[in-house]
Write a protein that binds this ligand. Structure first.
Ligand code: PMP
Ligand code: GLN
Length: 378
């Protein structure tokens, strides 16, 4: 009776990761790169530590980093966030997401979640007494049915969560999607939590559509970013939240007494590393090469797929191979074939099983080719 999350179970990343380690399988499941971090970035962290940036940072993050972030957002998306009032450094996007939800979701509030959805949204909604309202994205390209979305909006809707580029599907929201959302939310008090941790991983000349580009959205949005994704350092747990002053004020009330401040020397290093655009603008082409290498190498297989438009995840469909449920099929591939992936029914409404697995292609070419060798024999 004391449990606030009676239904929560260990995440699919925990479960599959453990099995993959036990079986020594090639691990393309949890999303993290297996290639080295830029030594320049490591040097900058070491320098910051040696220079003495080892005590508490300011609550909202160091000014120099917030200033570079503000300039970056303004040059990419044309929106100026005030470094002092509208940007806060967080210990990874997961923490930022939890904080934003806790700051604004009251008991009984409805939160619209597009499914499949990354798994950290719902526990945060539940622990705050919110009620998730699901809209399942459908079809091979996981488009949002905006009529269904509109029907999900009610007088109790407090927040909408969007994620582009999207984990686990690798799809992206288009400019039309964003204007549709902007028009649905016009004249409401509904807020948006925009999970944009994969903003620098968009392929085939497509553009990332940040809520920051749309005034009717940015005025009501918390935007979440993660340096773990952008700089191949998922273990550092560093990110930021951008939001208009009125929302950021509430965000900081929770952040200050839960986290207070985040890693100081890494903030110092990031401030200088982030000021060189090429350190993040080349990520899309770097990962597109990886995606292309991977999908070319698995094309003789019995899996079917459409190339990911963003993120470092490729979904594949195995209905030509097996009728087995995706969780069982993924576990069997680990045990019998030595390769680990993420089954995606766990992210869907009612665990809807579309016979799809997610492979992470943020791996060395060698790992990707080894994986493909296994995949084409399945
Ligand atoms: N949102 C999405 C969609 C993600 O894929 C991830 C990382 N798996 C996160 C948030 C969390 O990011 P972080 O590691 O910075 O907490
Ligand atoms: N974001 C990573 C993924 O989607 C996993 C992070 C986690 O394990 N919670 O694979």
């Amino acid at each position: 009776p004391y449990s606030k999350l009676p239904e929560a179970v260990p995440s699919i990343f925990t479960t599959i990761g453990k099995l993959a380690r036990e079986q020594r399988a090639l691990n393309l499941s949890q999303g993290f790169p297996n290639f080295p971090v830029d030594p320049k970035l490591i040097d900058l962290v070491e320098k910051a530590m040696r220079e003495g940036y080892n005590q508490y940072a300011p609550m909202e993050g160091i000014y120099s980093l917030r200033e570079v972030i503000s300039n970056k957002i303004s040059s990419l998306y044309g929106k100026q966030y005030h470094p002092d009032k509208e940007l806060t450094m967080v210990a990874g996007a997961t923490q930022g997401i939890y904080t934003a939800i806790t700051a604004v979701v009251h008991e009984g509030d409805e939160v619209i979640v597009l499914k499949p959805a990354y798994d950290c949204y719902e526990p945060a909604i539940a622990i705050n007494g919110g009620v998730p309202v699901f809209v399942q994205m459908k079809g091979i390209d996981f488009k949002i049915d905006w009529d269904e979305f509109r029907a999900a909006v009610s007088s109790k809707t407090r927040l909408v969560i969007i994620n582009t580029p999207h984990n686990p599907t690798g799809s992206i929201l288009s400019a039309e999607d964003m204007t549709e959302l902007e028009s649905i939310l016009r004249d409401t008090n509904i807020m948006v939590l925009s999970d944009e941790v994969y903003e620098h991983m968009v392929f085939d000349e497509e553009k990332h559509e940040s809520v920051s580009k749309y005034p009717g959205l940015s005025e009501r949005s918390f935007v979440m970013a993660s340096f773990g994704k952008t700089f191949h350092v998922t273990g550092w747990k560093m990110g930021y939240c951008a939001a208009p002053e009125s929302l950021m004020k509430e965000f900081r009330k929770v952040h200050e007494y839960n986290v207070y401040a985040i890693n100081h020397p890494i903030q110092k290093a990031l401030a200088s590393y982030l000021s060189e655009e090429s350190n993040y603008l080349q990520l899309s082409s770097f990962l597109q090469q990886k995606r292309d290498l991977f999908i070319k190498a698995i094309s003789p297989s019995r899996f079917s797929f459409t190339p990911a438009k963003g993120t470092y995840f490729q979904l594949v469909n195995y209905s030509a191979i097996s009728d087995e449920k995706d969780v069982l099929f993924a576990k069997r591939l680990i045990r019998e074939k030595g390769i680990a992936s993420i089954p995606i029914s766990v992210f869907n409404v009612d665990q809807l099983d579309q016979k799809q697995l997610r492979f992470c292609f943020a791996k060395t070419d060698e790992t990707l080719l080894k994986a493909a060798e296994i995949i084409i024999k399945i």
